[in-house]
Design a protein around this ligand. Structure first.
Ligand SMILES: Cc1cc2nc3c(=O)[nH]c(=O)nc-3n(C[C@H](O)[C@H](O)[C@H](O)COP(=O)(O)O)c2cc1C
Length: 359
């Protein structure tokens, strides 16, 4: 199949469904409880509309940006996804290589099949490392040390998994692949035993202080949803924030990530970069996030659809689709580079101050 003929994320999703075992597909597309947060992540983008400006010279448009000292071709980052090797043998290495080839940043998960060292060596690229701190303190320290020793510059600490969310429809998959088979986990197999867990319910803000003292890597907190926590993150020295609800896989909060963006942006007030993930399926979603103040977006399930369909090449195609859509939409709305984005390019159909829907 010529993957260049696949035009959008939705078509990739359908093809991924055909390829994957139903349980594995469910693990990928599923979420917590009744999937209301998962669905709201996707639906909420349509409650924001783009206000295009006309008669701007858009013959040249530049999507490039700088993220944590790294120059990227677009502010689009691969979100960390666990056990990518289940979806395609090229797994995390293939996805990382795809990001590298497209000039984009990628985050690699703690719970992926290959170790961080292997991914770096095979891709000749240093993705950001996502940390699940584990219940085992020595394992936690070693994970941080190994990332730094392998020239990782950015550590992404995921803070929305004190316990696993209630994912009823893929509970078996999780039990089989994450808890029971830590031997399959490149980063963890020599570090944790059967009584340890990759997530830790006892983590508090003090661990951010520990990280600041014990590593030179920049620290991003992934999973912030409120201005209160954004404030603490800034005050305690985080270098960045990812607004995320884990793709609706953790707390069924009935709140989408885009609905949290404004309050977090206002609180952070430009002090550190604010990234966002959740339900981003089109270049217009990326456009809206950037206009509302996000520094970049992270993409989760969409690139795994690409991976499942065609390995690294499939991920590359997904990244091309999203980058081209962003670029086209910038042209259509009169934005020539990322620094021109501002809130005037978006209107919200729900006016929270007036408590009414605009029509
Ligand atoms: C199958 C799957 C596995 C995930 N694994 C991780 C993980 O290991 N670490 C993490 O921080 N987030 C993980 N996430 C959450 C993603 O990083 C991201 O927050 C989410 O997928 C964004 O939503 P989207 O899929 O709608 O783009 C996972 C998500 C999915 C769908």
């Amino acid at each position: 199949m010529d993957i260049n003929s696949i035009k959008n994320i939705k078509s990739f999703k359908s093809l991924a469904q055909e390829k994957l075992h139903p349980e594995l597909y469910e693990y990928l597309v599923g979420g917590a409880d009744d999937l209301r947060t998962f669905r709201r992540n996707i639906d909420a983008w349509s409650h924001y509309q783009i206000r295009p400006r006309r008669l701007v010279d858009v013959s040249k448009v530049d999507t490039s940006a700088e993220l944590f000292g790294q120059k990227v071709k677009a502010p689009i980052v691969l979100a960390p996804i666990g056990i990518l090797g289940m979806f395609h043998p090229e797994g995390a290495s293939g996805s990382t290589k795809a990001a590298k080839n497209k000039g984009l940043a990628a985050i690699t998960s703690t719970v992926t099949n290959q170790s961080y060292q292997t991914i770096v060596a095979s891709s000749n690229y240093n993705p950001w490392f996502q940390l699940y701190p584990t219940t085992n303190i020595s394992a936690r320290n070693t994970l941080v040390k190994r990332a730094e020793e392998n020239a990782c510059k950015v550590l992404v600490w995921t803070i929305d998994v004190p316990v696993i969310g209630n994912r009823e429809r893929h509970a078996k998959m999780l039990v089989d692949n994450v808890h029971g088979r830590s031997a399959n986990m490149g980063n963890l197999h020599d570090l944790i035993g059967p009584d340890d867990s990759f997530h830790s319910p006892s983590m508090t803000w003090e661990f951010l202080d520990w990280l600041k003292q014990n590593t030179k890597m920049q620290i991003i907190l992934k999973g912030i949803m409120t201005h209160e926590d954004a404030r603490i993150a800034v005050d305690r020295g985080a270098d960045g924030i990812i607004i995320s609800n884990h793709g609706g896989r953790q707390l069924e909060s009935d709140l989408s990530t885009i609905e949290c963006l404004e309050e977090v942006i206002n609180e952070v007030n430009g002090k550190i970069p604010v990234l966002i993930d959740g339900g981003i399926r089109r270049g217009t979603d990326i456009f809206k996030a950037l206009a509302l103040g996000a520094t970049a977006v992270c993409i989760g399930r969409p690139y795994v659809y690409g991976l499942a369909v065609a390995g690294q090449k499939g991920v590359e195609r997904i990244l091309d689709i999203l980058t081209e859509e962003l670029e086209r939409n910038m042209r259509l709305a009169g934005v020539t580079n990322i620094s021109e984005f501002n809130t005037n390019f978006v209107r919200r159909s729900y006016d929270s101050k007036a408590s009414k829907w605009n029509t």
